[in-house]
Design a protein around this ligand. Structure first.
Ligand code: SAM
Ligand code: SF4
Ligand code: SF4
Length: 339
């Protein structure tokens, strides 16, 4: 759809999605994201004045939406619900003219407490991460021994509050590939869309290796053998998950194949870190500092021009160029930009 404000990058990809990380902190220590050995008690998490305030997030979001063509907002982290009064931010963002969709990615732990107020504030959709239904496996993955039930309680709380729920499962060979079928069965029964995510080489701390990636093709074959699937068309251009439906039902699953089947050619996402740096790719080495710009005397028009110039120069297509080995280049950590 054309839009007079649409901003295109070097490869003609429009800017449509903005993912906002509101904190770099988390109550979990997932081995593939914030390994406990590295994110320990001495880890230098951001200080309060280094985080964008809700006013600053609201202002920059309005600029992205009203001057640059963004339509969808996703709140992420770290664990976004670790940030105080998150519903206030959701409320402010949902009131910005032009925001068509507002979603959040969360580990689900705090949803029993916050689901109702998040819904009232305007949250429409939530993606909840859960990698296993087995307490021992899940406890090891989340690095804190958190039980499966506490996440299921979060899933139920969100659904009961009327928020649309999807489940995200990162699949890593040898870690939880045996959990693919139990998870598929469980969420087919429950009626929530389950999305499998290939283990990615985000950041520099998660010991990524190509041999640990359990590829999309294999995931689909495993499920198809037990519960036959048919593929379905994407909902819209740029949708990252390939969609499948269980034959004879309207329950679907998705696979996000960032490693085995890259989708950079339609990537329309910008990411704002909790400290206010703008990243034009999940695997970027450097961000563009917007916090100082926001704290300067610059007008909204000047800020919009600045961001527009960044997006116009965007040439990122890391997953296409990755090859079979992670590069040695320095990359931003997942917990800073939130996936
Ligand atoms: N804490 C929230 C959560 O876990 O949903 C939001 C932030 S988390 C960084 C966002 C998503 O990224 C989660 O679904 C998580 O499983 C996924 N993720 C983190 N590290 C990953 C990796 N190395 N490969 C693939 N997905 C990853
Ligand atoms: Fe925390 Fe989410 Fe990363 Fe797990 S994936 S450590 S829950 S930020
Ligand atoms: Fe987008 Fe970068 Fe991922 Fe490619 S590698 S899909 S450009 S975030």
């Amino acid at each position: 759809m054309s839009n007079s404000h649409t901003t295109y990058d070097y490869f003609d990809r429009p800017l449509r999605d903005l993912r906002i990380s509101v904190t770099d902190k988390c109550n979990f220590r997932c081995t593939y994201c914030m390994p406990a050995e590295i994110f320990g008690p001495d880890y230098p998490f951001l200080k309060r004045n280094e985080l964008l305030s809700y006013e600053e997030i609201e202002r920059v979001t309005s600029i992205f939406v009203q001057s640059l063509g963004v339509k969808k907002i996703r709140i992420t982290g770290g664990e976004p619900l670790m940030r105080k009064d998150l519903s206030t931010l959701i409320d402010r963002i949902s009131q910005i003219n032009g925001v068509e969709d507002i979603a959040m990615t969360t580990n689900g732990y705090f949803l029993p407490k916050y689901a109702k107020e998040l819904k009232a504030a305007g949250l429409k959709r939530v993606s909840i991460s859960l990698d296993s239904l087995n307490d021992e496996v899940f406890g090891k993955i989340n690095g804190r021994g958190v039980s499966v039930q506490s996440v299921i309680d979060g899933i139920d709380a969100a659904a009961e509050a009327g928020i649309k729920v999807k489940i995200n499962m990162v699949v890593k060979r040898g870690m939880n590939d045996q959990e693919i079928i139990p998870m598929a069965k469980f969420f087919r029964e429950k009626g929530h869309i389950l999305r499998f995510i290939e283990f990615m080489d985000v950041g520099n701390t998660n010991q990524w290796n190509l041999k640990d990636v359990y590829p999309k093709k294999q995931i689909i074959e495993d499920i198809h053998e037990v519960m036959p699937l048919e593929s379905i068309d994407p909902n819209y251009t740029g949708e990252v998950a390939s969609r499948y439906r269980y034959i004879g039902s309207d329950i679907e699953i998705g696979v996000i194949s960032s490693v085995s089947d890259a989708f950079c050619s339609t990537c329309n996402r910008a990411r704002l870190s909790a400290s206010g740096s703008l990243y034009t790719c999940l695997f970027a080495s450097i961000g563009h500092d917007l916090r100082e710009e926001l704290r300067s005397e610059k007008t909204d028009e000047e800020l919009a021009e600045h961001i527009q110039a960044i997006w116009r120069g965007r040439k990122d297509q890391y997953s296409v160029e990755r090859g079979d080995a992670t590069t040695t280049r320095k990359k931003i950590e997942m917990s800073h930009i939130g996936g």
